[in-house]
Design a protein. Structure first.
Ligand code: HEC
Length: 240
C-alpha cells in the first residue's frame, strides 16, 4: 500500500524497487527526554562542589566572625546596602546645623550607646567591634564621611540587616541628626572631648572607672554579713 505513495523529494530512495518500506523515520530522542539528564548532572555537580566546599571549610576552621570579609563579600554587602537605601532618604538634609553644646551632648549619647562597637573616636577598635563580622568601619574614614547626612541618618535609625549594626528608632529624630553631626565631627575630635566621653561609656564594656562615681555605693544586699559595728572604714560592697 505504501508503495503506491508517490515518491516525494528526498524520500525518493525509499521507493527503490524491492526496498523495504521504511516506517516513518525514527526521530532522535526528543530534547524533552534529555533535559532530566542534564538537570541531574548539574545537580550532582553542584552537590559535589558544595560538599567539597563545606569539607574544605570544616578543615580550614569554619566561618569565624574574627576574619576580615573578603573583597567580593564587602563589595556585595555594599551593593546590597545602597540598593536597600531609599533615594528619598539619601537626599534628606540635616535640619540641625552643628552647634558646640549639641555636639557635646551627642558625644555623650555616642559614648553611651555606640562606643561599645565604634569606640569613642569612631575607629571601631573595641572588643565588640573587632569581633563582629563585618567589623564596624572607621567612621572617620572616607567610606563613612563620603555618605550623605541622609544616608547616615537612615542607617542609624534603621540599622543594617545581617550585620551587628542595630536600629535606633527610639531616639528622637533630633537626637539622630545630632549623632550625624557628631560623626562629621569625629575626624577632628580632641583628646579633651574623648576624656569627657569616657565618663559615659558603659562600665560593663570598659572596666576602668569610667562612669561618674559620684553616687554613694549601693546599700549592701540583705544576705551580706553586716559591717563590723563601730568600723569606720567605708564599705567596699560589691567590689571584687
Ligand atoms: C553592637 C554593635 C554596634 C552598635 C552598638 C552600633 N553600631 Fe553602628 N555599626 C556596627 C557595625 C558592625 C557596622 C558595619 C555594618 C556593615 O558594614 O554592614 C556599623 C555601621 C554603622 C554606620 C554606617 C557607616 C558607613 O560607613 O556606612 C553608622 C553611621 C553607624 N554604624 C552609626 C552608629 C551609631 C550612631 C550608633 C549608636 C547610636 C551605632 N552605630 C551603634 C555596629 C554597631
Amino acid at each position: 500500500m505504501s508503495d503506491a505513495r508517490p515518491p516525494r523529494g528526498d524520500d525518493r530512495r525509499n521507493s527503490a524497487p524491492g526496498a523495504k518500506p521504511k516506517s516513518p523515520a525514527q526521530p532522535p530522542p526528543p530534547t524533552s527526554r534529555r533535559v532530566p539528564w542534564i538537570v541531574a548532572i548539574v545537580v550532582v555537580g553542584l552537590a559535589v562542589l558544595v560538599g567539597g566546599f563545606l569539607l574544605w571549610l570544616g578543615s580550614a576552621g569554619g566561618f569565624s566572625a574574627r576574619a576580615k570579609p573578603t573583597g567580593i563579600e564587602a563589595f556585595l554587602a555594599r551593593a546590597m546596602r545602597s540598593l536597600a537605601l531609599p533615594s528619598r532618604a539619601s537626599h534628606r538634609k540635616n535640619p540641625y546645623p552643628p552647634a558646640s553644646a549639641a555636639l557635646a551632648a551627642a558625644g555623650e549619647h555616642f559614648a553611651a550607646q555606640c562606643a561599645i562597637c565604634h569606640n569613642n573616636n569612631g575607629d571601631g577598635k573595641t572588643m565588640f567591634g573587632e569581633n563582629l563580622y563585618p567589623h564596624p568601619p572607621d567612621l572617620r574614614g572616607f567610606t563613612t564621611q563620603d555618605k550623605s547626612d541622609g544616608d547616615l541618618y537612615y542607617t542609624i535609625r534603621n540599622g543594617i540587616r545581617l550585620s551587628g549594626m542595630p536600629a535606633f528608632p527610639e531616639d528622637s529624630p533630633r537626637q539622630t541628626w545630632e549623632l550625624v553631626n557628631f560623626i562629621r565631627h569625629l575626624p577632628k575630635i580632641t583628646p579633651q572631648e574623648l576624656r569627657q566621653m569616657r565618663k559615659y561609656n558603659p562600665t560593663t564594656i570598659f572596666p576602668e572607672p569610667l562612669m561618674p562615681q559620684s553616687k554613694p555605693a549601693a546599700p549592701a544586699p540583705a544576705r551580706m554579713p553586716p559591717a563590723h559595728p563601730g568600723s569606720s572604714a567605708p564599705s567596699r560592697g560589691g567590689k571584687r
